[in-house]
Every structure is written in C-alpha cells, then in structure tokens.
Unconditional design. Structure first.
Lengths: 796, 161
C-alpha cells in the first residue's frame, strides 16, 4: 500500500503494458473521469416520455378505490395506469426469481410501505411527479405484520391472501446437515455456548438508483430496454416469459452501471411499468427511481435472526455448530439465489473449521416489508453464515478465556485436507488458512496490539482487537445443481480476432464498476499474446453477447473469467494449426511463446498471432479442414464453486464518554487464488471493507410498529463517508483454485463478507471489561452506550 | 423564465421552468450528463458542481439561483485537451470503480487543491466527507487527490527551474 507514494509523479502508459497479469490502468476510466460515461439516466431519446410511480404510504391496506381523474386531466400527462389496467392485460403480477409472485401494481391490497400502486406517464419528469400527487387512493388500513417473531402467531394478519389456500405467513422451511449426528456431538461436548445473533436488514444503496428506458418499435415488434441490470440475459428471458413478446425481439442494454452490489439483480415492477408504458404510448419512456424509492422498495439484504450453538472440548477443539434461523423475506419472496438454495449458500456456516457435525434449520416468513432477501455483496447469504460462525467462535473464546486467534488456529481445516467436504456437503477447493492468519497477525503486529490493549485497559481506556476468518463460496455455479428460474448458471463467451490482430471479446456478465473491460482483456492477453490495449471487451447488450447469467455473487471471474481463458485457448489451438501451415511443419513441432508460434529448436522460424490472424482471413489456402477466420465461442459450466478466503483484524477505540466507535486500523489479508490485476483486486477489497464498517456500525433498515420504513433517505440510512473509515492495510496470499483454468477465485464480496464480524468482534472485545460477550449490529453510539449501562463501568 | 449564466466558460441563455433544479438543467437541457443525481437530500454529492468557484450540490440549487453566475462541471475540468491532474490522479490510483460519484468527487478535489495545494490525508477526508462513494472505500480517492497534489507541485517546480 505504500507503493503509490513512491511513484506519485509517474504516469502509467497502458500501451507499455506487456501481455500478462499485473497492475494495469483501467480501460473504462478515460470516459468516466471526463463525465462521458453512459448511464441509464443519460439515455435520452427523441420524444421520450417520463414515468413516475405512486407508492403506498401504508404497510398493509386494502385498496378500496383509485381516482385518477385529476391526474389524467393535468396538462402534459399522457396516461395514468393502475393495477386494474394491468390486470386486464394479465400483467398485474410477475414471477420473482424465487418462484414466488410479486405485484407489478397492487390490485387488491398493498403489502409493504412503498409498494407500487399506479404510475403516470407524462411529457416531463416533473409533470409525471405532479401527476402522481393528484391520484387519490382510498385505503382500508389492515393490521401490519412487522415483528418477524410474531409473523406466525395465530392472530397475525394474513399477508399473502393472493396465494391459494394460504392461511398463515409461512414462506418456507429449509434445513441442512445432520440433526441427529449434531445432537450426539452436542451431548458429549464439554462446553456448549449459545447466543442469539441478529443480522439486521440493510440495503445495498448503490450511488445510481434503478431505472430503465423502454423503446418499442411497433412495426418490427422490437422492444429495446436500457436497464440498470446486473444480469441482462436472464432479464431478457424473464421478460419474454412474462410479456409474451418473443425473446428474439427483446434487446436488453445495460450501459454503464453506477454500482450494483446485488441491488440490480432482481426484476423490479418499475422496469415492467416502463415496458408497459412504451407499449401503451408507442413512445420511448424513461423511469428513474429516486433515492427514497430505492431504499424503501428495492432488494434489501440480510434480516436473519440466528440462534447459534457451538460445541467444543474444554481445551478449545470445536466439535459442532448448530443454528436455527428465523428469516424475514418481506411481502414477496424476491430472493435472488439458485432455485435449489432458498437460503442461498448459508450452508457454509461451518466456516473455515474442521468439525464433526453441523446442522441448520430455518423458518422463513412473510412480513409487511419490502421484498428482496439477497443483495449487498453477500455471495448468496454467505455474509450471514460467516457472521454467525465468526461471532460464535468469539463467544466460545470468551467463555473458554482463550485468545480468539489461538482458538481459530487450533481448528482450521489443514492444507492437506483439501479438497475438503464440509458437514453440510460443500467441497472447498483449496485453502491454506494458517498462512493467511499468520500474515494478518504479522501485518497487524498482533502481539504488540494485545500488549497495548492490556496497558490501556489498566487505564480504563476502551480498545478492542477483532479477528475474523472467512471462507467464501463463489462462482455459481455447476448447472447440475444451480439454476435461476430454470436457467443453468453457465456462461457463454466469444472471441474474435480481426485480420489485423486486434480482438473483440464478448461477455455475458456485466460490470457495475468491477473493471471487466480491463481484467478480461488481461485474461485473454495472457492466453493469446495480444496486448490488452488491443482487446475490446463488450458486455451488457443481449443482441451482441452470448447468453449467460450475469454478474453477482462474485461469479464473473470464476465463471466468465474461466470462459474467457478457455475461449482464448480454443482460438490459440486453431492458430497453431494455421501456423503449422505457414511454417510448413506439423502442429506438434510448434512451440508457443506469448504472442507467437515457433518451430521447436529453431526460434528464428516463427509467426506472430497477428500474422496468423491475417492469414486466417487472407489469400491462399489454409491447412486441410480448417475454416477461415480466427474466432471461437464456448459456454463454460463450472465443475465447482471457488472458495476464496481471508484473515481480517480490526482495531477499534471506543470513547468511554460518548460510546463512539472509531475504527483505528483494519488489516485485510485475502486469498483469491491467481491475481489478474492487483490494483482492481485491492479496490474490490477496499470497497467491501467500507461496506463492513457501514453494516457493523451504521446501516440498518428499521421499521416502526406501523411498518413505516425508518431508513427511507440517506439522512436516515447512514452510509460511511471518508471520515468513518481508516486507510486500509491489505496483504495477500495466493492459493490457486485447482479446477479454474487460470486458478482464479472471486474477490468482489470477500471483504463485505469478512469485515463485519471483525469489527463487531473488536467492539465486543473493547467492551470485555463490562462483561459483554455479544452486541448486535449496527453498533451505533446509542447501542454501545446502552450495552455499557448497567454493567461495571471502568474508572476513567 | 429565462436564465443566463456561464457554464464551463461558455455563455448560456435558456428558457426554463421556474422550479428546474440546477442538476436537471445541466443534465437534461444542456446535455452535460457528467453531473449525476443520486439522493435528493444533499447527502451523496454525486451532483457537485462549482458555482463561482465554490462546490455546490446541484440537486438542491435551483437553476434560477445560478442566473448570472459562473458554473463549472466535470466536463470543464479538462482544458485544451489536457486532463486536470485530479483526473489523472483518479486513473493512476484507482480512485473510481463504477464512476458514478467520481465527477462530484473530482470537483470537490479540484476546489480543495486550489485552496490548499498540499492537503494532508485528514484534510482530504474532511473535504470529501459530504460525499459518498459506495465502491472504493475512499482510500484510493484520498491517494488520487494526493497524487494530483504531488504531481502539480512537481510540475510547478519543474517549470520554475
């Protein structure tokens, strides 16, 4: 991290970037730093109309009537559309990504505050807003179900009376592991620690809100949708299934995306409304939600109440983990996860430890809150799983009076145990956990920190050191197990080398800031020997890229990254045959050196990839059986997920007078296997660490007893600024994935997953003198203060 | 109503609806789309532009209030085909990922460096604390602005010697 200071006045020339991995400036930056990005709200089409959505002020209410007369009469208004209008077209409801249904516009009743009720189409953004103010909805207020613990009470109001035969608010049950075997281990354990752990509802809140521009060409029957989507191809298929439009007449364009973090995976009613509006008016229509709409209605994350139990011997050998989870899924189950995994990948709650048994049972319920359930860089619920195990391990350390690092080191899965099958059936591909943990301790100066803490404690100062160690499971996924709404999670990829040796790579994934245009060019450059500056990466346009499931769950590098490497190898194999013809030797007599083939033993006889490319399209015969051109397309089906891991150490100071937590230092050691561009990797880690500070200390979507969302603006939903986060200290180890073609693992969400427990563990550690073993996030000053009250207050 | 102002050095005379916010005037009427709209409540700072050299949040400034004033946006940072050192710094130090907060961050950074050519890390953090970035965790933004400061200093030194 100090390398930047030494090269402060140097300019980097990307054209000098040789083939291969390593630091390279991003290819997307020149347009973005000039204000020349192209985000959805930047799309302006001739004659474009604007759409605004009227949302429910109530959490649970029956719609008695909707009067649109005044709104429709407003000058500049083109149309007002209600749920009844959509119902006539069979479009009032749509499927969610979890095989539930969700109202596009409410027809019968509203089920959460902020739910879509009607929309206005008008000539300007402002008039559309004026119009929805004039729509008069008569509601009959129903009792809201807000407290998740009371959702299954016999007298709880029924939320989903739209579902046939539904009599309560039960959403689903799920379990994993072996209940009986786990009970047997718990029975024999010396020590059992139990702790209720709450992961509150939080929101990804990307800086760009969600929106779309819909254009329908009635003559061609062609729909084009510019949309804030992380998964353009999957969206296209769902729109085809919902709308009845043929899929070849639907084109989804995801231009520059201003951050996603999972928020832009689901299909929201607003997108469907924009499509309907374009169909109804015959004009292009733009819908951009405002920040409040984004926070109250789009995909939230977490909202798990986890009862954790951990069993161990008295000298600290962890034997088993067990948990029951109460999951709040809001009014509709909008979880975006592989369909066989209703709790995402929560099954990795066994963490990085070699256990004898594990078991989890889960009850998911409906409440009168916004739908969603997986978002915010969580790798499909691995944030919750890692938080549970890493808090439980610290609770165990507290009870055993052991150092939390020592306890972890004692229980890690050993390098020689990989591939390691967990007690819940996950096959961890590779890992060297102790090495990462020891590096983090070294970077942190762990022993000195403990000494400093001891000294400060003797003076009544509150300093905490928190540790977490996580294993992620990313890169969904093998299609035998994983699909979303029946779409297997494999990714297509196409590479075209042009006659002059310049290349275009077409991807199914879609960057929201991760730097795909750069990283993927480097992957291909490494394989085919063409400089990354000569490789154009295209994505986010379903008409011009092969099918694939999109970017979320840190899957781009594990899945599409593998596809890019393999498609480049396929092209190289063809290039080798053409080279054999050019050099008049057999294929077996050629050797590849980055960028050219030469005759074995005679490097002077060689042809470059650029020369081969020209030959492939050029005059004269090619070797027998070889078609002209130098292009290939593949579809990569991963054989397993990849399992990145990391060791994090956080140092906090708490003001004993105000209970304000200051994150003084944060040391993050990550292992994502082979590293493609360390600058981008470090950036991914930094961003996730700041997310962790937000979740641990500030962020929460809370509701009052009437179901009003209390986090409906950025004045109420607090996101860290530069003042709340430290300068990050990062390190890394490299343990390649054995099954990934270039050994890479995902990195996009590691820090979001790994950092909250490190921070909470640090705060709890600081509060040890008060006899505190656990406190729930977000650890705001008032919460920390309350936690401190009624306990032994150290002398200051 | 009619408004007249300078935008990035160019005289602009436009007819607007009275209530038009500056951010929408810049984006939708002048088609300067580098300035972004992120929160409505002056919290996120993706809409920061300059008015008479001062950074303002253009989502809470009426276009009418800019009448007769001098506005500068991200599109005005690059001069005569030369990137501003702040822009260069953001590229060199990975100060951006999705790029949505970047224009606002860079406008604040430029204003800071004009007042304080050698800001400390703490001063930089304070200066950008009215703005939110969800991608970078801020450290690389701080480094980007330091890069610009050091580079500007060395360029000036070079031209003096």
């Amino acid at each position: 991290m100090t390398t930047v200071e030494t090269r402060l006045t140097e300019f980097t020339d990307n054209n000098e970037k040789p083939v291969g991995y390593g630091r390279m400036l991003r290819k997307e930056d020149p347009r973005l730093i000039r204000g020349q990005g192209n985000f959805v709200d930047d799309v302006n089409l001739p004659g474009m109309l604007h759409l605004a959505i009227l949302r429910s002020p109530m959490a649970h209410a029956r719609i008695k009537s909707i009067d649109t007369t005044a709104a429709a009469a407003l000058e500049g208004v083109v149309a007002i559309v209600t749920g009844a209008d959509l119902a006539e077209k069979g479009l009032a409801w749509m499927p969610t990504l979890s095989n539930d249904v969700q109202a596009v516009l409410a027809t019968d009743k509203v089920r959460f505050q902020g739910q879509e009720v009607a929309f206005a189409i008008a000539k300007s953004r402002y008039i559309a807003r004026d119009a929805i103010e004039l729509i008069n909805v008569d509601y009959e207020i129903l009792p809201p179900v807000v407290d998740v613990r009371k959702a299954l009470d016999p007298d709880a109001a029924l939320i989903r009376d739209d579902l046939k035969d539904k009599t309560n608010n039960h959403c689903f049950d799920w379990e994993t592991g072996d209940a009986a075997a786990t009970q047997a281990v718990f029975d024999k354990a010396d020590v059992v620690v139990t702790q209720e752990i709450i992961y509150p509802r939080v929101h990804p809140a990307p800086m760009e809100t969600c929106g779309a521009v819909a254009l329908f060409d009635a003559v061609e029957g062609q729909l084009t949708l510019w949309s804030t989507t992380q998964a353009p191809h999957a969206h296209r298929t769902v729109y085809a299934l919902v709308s009845g439009l043929p899929e070849h007449k639907i084109r989804i364009i995801a231009p520059d995306i201003g951050g996603g973090f999972g928020n832009k995976v689901p299909i929201y009613p607003g997108y469907v409304c924009a499509i309907v509006a374009a169909l109804v008016t015959g004009k292009p229509v733009k819908w951009m939600e405002d920040r409040s709409e984004n926070l109250v209605s789009t995909g939230f994350a977490r909202d798990y109440i986890m009862n954790g139990e951990i069993a161990a011997t008295k000298d600290g050998k962890i034997l088993a983990v067990r948990t029951h989870v109460l999951a709040d899924h809001g009014a509709f189950n909008g979880t975006a996860a592989p369909i066989k995994y209703p709790a995402g990948f929560f099954g990795v709650f066994t963490g990085s430890y070699d256990l004898e048994a594990a078991y989890c049972s889960m009850t998911a319920v409906y409440t009168n809150k916004a739908p969603g359930g997986v978002a915010y860089a969580c790798s499909f619920r691995i944030t919750e799983a890692v938080y549970l195990i890493e808090r439980m391990v610290d609770c165990l350390a507290y009870d055993l009076k052991m150092d939390p690092v020592e306890l972890r080191l004692k229980n890690f899965i050993k390098p020689e145990q990989f591939p390691y099958t967990t007690k819940t059936g996950w096959v961890y591909d590779s890992g060297e956990y102790e090495r990462g943990m020891r590096l983090a301790m070294e970077l942190a100066g762990y022993d000195e920190l403990r000494k400093e803490q001891e000294e400060k404690r003797s003076r009544g100062e509150l300093m905490g050191i928190g540790v977490s160690f996580f294993t992620e499971a990313v890169g969904a996924g093998p299609r035998k197990d994983m699909d979303i709404l029946g779409l297997g999670m494999a990714d297509g990829c196409e590479l075209r080398i042009h006659p002059t040796g310049k290349a275009v790579l077409r991807l199914s994934v879609k960057s929201q800031g991760q730097g795909h245009e750069t990283t993927f060019a480097q992957i291909v450059a490494e394989e085919i020997g063409i400089p990354p500056s000569d490789i154009q990466v295209l994505e986010g346009d379903t008409d011009n890229t092969p099918f694939g499931l999109g970017t979320y769950g840190s899957r781009s590098t594990p899945v599409s990254g593998a596809a890019a490497a393999l498609v480049a190898r396929k092209v190289r194999d063809k290039a080798q045959i053409i080279a054999s013809g050019m050099l008049e030797v057999s294929v077996a007599d050629l050797e590849w050196e980055k960028g050219s083939f030469h005759v074995k033993g005679d490097p002077s006889k060689s042809v470059t990839i650029q020369e081969i490319a020209f030959k492939s399209y050029g005059a004269g015969d090619l070797p027998e059986g070889v078609e002209g051109g130098l292009e290939a397309q593949i579809c990569y089906n991963p054989s397993n997920l990849t399992y990145p891991f990391g060791a994090y150490i956080c140092v906090v100071d708490i003001d004993p007078g105000t209970a304000v937590v200051k994150v003084r230092r944060f040391i993050a050691v990550d292992d994502c296997g082979t590293r493609i561009n360390e600058m981008i990797i470090e950036g991914q880690v930094h961003g996730g660490l700041a997310d962790g500070v937000g979740m641990a200390l500030m962020e929460m979507i809370a509701f009052d007893e009437d179901g009003n969302c209390l986090g409906a603006s950025l004045m109420d939903y607090l996101i860290p600024t530069a003042l709340e986060v430290p300068d990050w200290e990062t390190g890394h180890t490299v343990t390649p994935s054995p099954h990934h073609p270039i050994g890479a693992k995902g990195i996009g969400e590691s820090a979001t997953v790994g950092s909250p427990p490190a921070i909470v563990n640090a705060v709890v550690d600081a509060l040890k003198p008060f006899g505190i073993r656990h406190a729930d996030m977000p650890l705001t000053p008032s919460r920390v203060w309350e936690t401190m009250q009624g306990r032994h207050v150290p002398s200051i | 109503m009619k408004v007249s102002m300078k935008v990035n050095g160019n005289q602009v005379d436009e007819e607007i609806e009275d209530r038009t916010l500056l951010v929408h005037f810049l984006r939708d009427q002048l088609l300067l789309r580098g300035t972004h709209w992120g929160c409505d409540t002056s919290n996120c700072g993706t809409c920061v532009v300059w008015m008479d050299g001062e950074p303002v949040k253009s989502c809470t400034v009426l276009a009418a209030m800019a009448d007769g004033h001098d506005v500068r946006t991200v599109e005005g940072l690059e001069q005569d085909g030369q990137l501003d050192p702040v822009q260069q710094g953001f590229m060199e130090c990975h100060g951006l990922q999705c790029g949505f907060c970047t224009p606002g961050m860079m406008m604040t950074a430029r204003a800071l460096l004009d007042r304080n050519p050698d800001p400390s890390e703490e001063e930089i953090r304070e200066a950008i604390s009215g703005q939110i970035c969800r991608c970078t965790g801020y450290a690389t933004i701080v480094r980007s602005i330091r890069w610009a400061a050091v580079h500007e200093a060395s360029t000036k030194q070079g031209s003096n010697s």
